[in-house]
Design a protein around this ligand. Sequence first.
Ligand SMILES: [Zn+2]
Length: 336
Amino acid sequence: MKEAAFWCQEGNAVRCTLCPHFCLIEEGKNGFCGARGVRDKKLYALTYGKIAASAFDPIEKKPLYHFYPGHKTFSIGGLGCNLRCRHCQNWHISCCDVGGRLTGMDEISPADAVTLACDNGCESLVWTYNEPSIWYEYILDTAPLAQLAGLKTVMVTAGMINPDPLQTLLPHIDAYRLDLKGFSGDFYRWLTGIDCLDQILENARAAYAAGCHVEIVTNLIPGHNDDEVQLRGLARWIVQNLSANIPWHLTAYYPNHDLKVAATTTSALERGVEIGLEEGLSQIYIGNLPGHESQHSYCVGCRAGLIMRNGFQIIENRVVNSCCPECGIGFENYRG
Ligand SMILES: [Zn+2]
């Protein structure tokens, strides 16, 4: 077992200081996330190196559209989560009896994860599926090795982590793909069971300031976070605190897990794009809606098509030296 980082003794219990839950954990018990537990008065990372899900994917599937388009990535995820999203697509690994499932799980050491990625032609390693921040020690050990081997490192995260651990991790993270679920504390509490919106926003600023490539996804849930006030607030926050050129992915929701409202309509997604454009964002994508014209990238100057996609496939990438080949204007917040 790997001893955890970021905890302190408090009376006869242990206080985990990794995420905003600040769980006070008694001997023999586990924290809210299920992935960290107290044994012999110390906090341990119970899921270290234990792989609950893995896949070789196009980076577009994460989705990351401006980050070395078209490359293959190795996606891995662990057990447990520090959120309880009603519509979680990965609830069978995120919202489960972590302790009861640990024995017999596949284990991959940090070095082996890097080797697997390289041997299979991947150019990046992505921590995804459940909230990666609760896999903290494993990522902190793996990310530097991955970078040394020439891989890019990516966190697909809901941003549920405290500032100090995040700062320690950020130098080893190349891309920070944030799920920004809405723009009200009430909505967050309803959807995820927690309200840490301020911390999540602050973490996004920290990641961008540290030089991470940032892309943001918002899954539009009809009647819950697709109203004018939240979408405008989100878009404005991104423009004012990160950059007007941050890619913003508005994705269609489909009924899942404990949430069974109707799926997002095309017109609601298109209205979201309009609002984002009105607030000054330049790169807004519609996701989970194959064939829509907003799956492509366009030049902010001349509107020429720059990167044409078909689902997760790149049909054509015309970006030259991070610029439009037609008018020469820069394609910002792009790495390739
Ligand atoms: Zn152009």
